[in-house]
Design a protein around this ligand. Structure first.
Ligand code: PLP
Length: 446
């Protein structure tokens, strides 16, 4: 394998493969010391098609904040997804790839003035608001914006509740804000909500769609042409998570409250697309045996790995994720009490305070599935520890279909010769300015 200094790398495979096999092959020579992700491009494509199949009326606008890996956003752009951007930099990333501004919603109800000016300059005119101050700000910086009022409707339980920060009350505040927008001469075109990220309840979407219907009526009464419903994010994304139930709830709520097909329906899924596609590989680089004292905790082993809460495992602190490792080397040893720590010198840098793993040697690798959501964009190289790189893997057939969607010259992609040993091809991409148009060419990809 030719090693190249590039931001992204795609490995094209013939036949079935698993992240563990790819990890094993990468670490087997004993040279690899830094953590890395194996990204399954086929998983992203399969999820996109599942979404379109189960909710044909709901257009996904991927929430870039969840994972801004260029390969992921490029793939979604090529498939035809829209994008939810929260800032100038996210809008810049997406529009610089050639995604037309009409496929972007600036879904941050509290925007900075310069970010609004930037959105205006690049033609992103769809944006959310939930307060009087924001309306006045938008009136000042972008009076021609198409506005979407964000209402609050919280899932009974969510990994990350968002209603505490955003969303006006649909009854006591919404109608007044819609009237104020009309007085200011601003166009409100729709309603949005976010039930909470990692929502543990499906029925909440039905409640939120019903509330949105009432806001459509209030908007129309205030003189707005209401034509867009944005059902936000909150969809599960881990391996084995199922979209069927929530899709059923949303589809029937739409039938009941928005039977008119002229109302456009979009969503802002983040972790649904990102979580399961990324598997993280980390190495144990040090360990310490703690001998339990009488009356004290039982003895256990402290494992130090090359990624921690300042890196990928920030998701433990910020996203309240339950992360679970498996040793790359499968074995039937007894499980022993242990804790897992990140590489920095901070005592806070604890990934798992109490875990059970077989006895691990220094140099052994741990595999962490479902690590694609709210990990990579938040990570910092604190203490000088490098952030994990991403090795993307894709089936040869899917790759040739994706290549038709991605203009290779624009993408700066270059193929390496096929590898004779495992029948794989390494492809190098700098992941920059990629997609100009999109279609749903890739149908049975995974
Ligand atoms: N839209 C908005 C406005 C958000 O704040 C978020 C997450 O914080 C998302 C979409 C994505 O949510 P999820 O990853 O739960 O789908």
């Amino acid at each position: 394998m030719k090693v190249v200094e590039e931001e992204q790398r795609v490995r094209v495979m013939d036949g079935p493969w698993s992240p563990e096999e790819v990890i094993r092959e990468i670490v087997d020579g004993g040279v690899q010391e830094d953590p890395f992700y194996v990204m399954d491009l086929g998983e992203v494509v399969a999820r996109y098609h599942q979404w379109r199949e189960l909710m044909p009326r709901v257009e996904p606008f991927y929430a870039v904040k969840c994972n801004d890996d260029k390969l992921l956003v490029t793939t979604l752009a090529a498939l035809g997804a829209g994008f939810d951007c929260a800032s100038k930099a996210e809008i810049e990333l997406i529009t610089s790839m050639g995604v037309p501004p009409e496929r972007v919603i600036f879904a941050n109800p509290a925007k900075m003035a310069s970010h609004i000016r930037y959105a205006s300059a690049v033609g992103v005119d769809l944006m959310t608001f939930d307060s009087e101050t924001e309306l006045i700000k938008i009136k000042h910086y972008m009076p021609h914006a198409r506005l979407v009022i964000r209402i609050r409707c919280d899932a009974a339980d969510a990994q990350c509740p968002l209603g505490i920060k955003f969303g006006c009350d649909a009854v006591s505040e919404g109608p007044r804000l819609l009237k104020l927008a009309a007085v200011l001469g601003l166009d409100v075109v729709g309603v949005s909500f976010h039930v909470g990220s990692g929502a543990g309840e499906c029925a909440v979407y039905a409640r939120a769609v019903a509330l949105s219907r009432a806001l459509f009526a209030a908007g129309a009464a205030a003189g707005h042409r209401m034509a867009l419903l944005d059902v936000g994010g909150g969809f599960a994304g881990g391996t084995g998570s199922d979209l069927h139930e929530v899709a059923g709830v949303i589809n029937s709520a739409l039938e009941q409250h928005f039977p008119d097909r002229s109302v456009r329906v979009i969503a802002e899924p983040g972790r649904y697309f990102a979580a399961a596609a990324y598997t993280l590989a980390t190495m144990v680089h040090a360990k310490r045996e703690l001998l339990g004292k009488e009356g004290d905790e039982e003895s256990h082993t402290m494992y130090f790995i090359n990624d921690g809460v300042y890196g990928s495992f920030n998701c433990v602190l910020y996203d309240h994720q339950n992360v679970r490792p498996r040793p790359l080397q499968a074995r039937s040893d007894n499980l022993l009490p242990c804790s897992v720590w990140g590489p920095s010198c901070d005592g806070l840098d604890c990934v798992l305070p109490a875990a059970s793993l077989p006895a691990l040697a220094v140099g052994e690798w741990l595999v962490w599935r479902d690590m694609g959501a709210y990990t990579i964009p938040v990570a910092s190289p604190f203490n000088g520890f490098p952030l994990p790189t991403v090795k993307a893997v894709v089936d040869r057939r899917l790759w040739s279909m994706l290549r038709e969607l991605w203009p290779l010259s624009a993408a700066g992609l270059a193929c390496e010769p096929p590898r004779s040993d495992i029948g794989a091809t390494d492809v190098v991409s700098d992941g920059s300015d990629v997609v100009s148009d999109a279609s749903d060419v890739v149908s049975d990809a995974h």
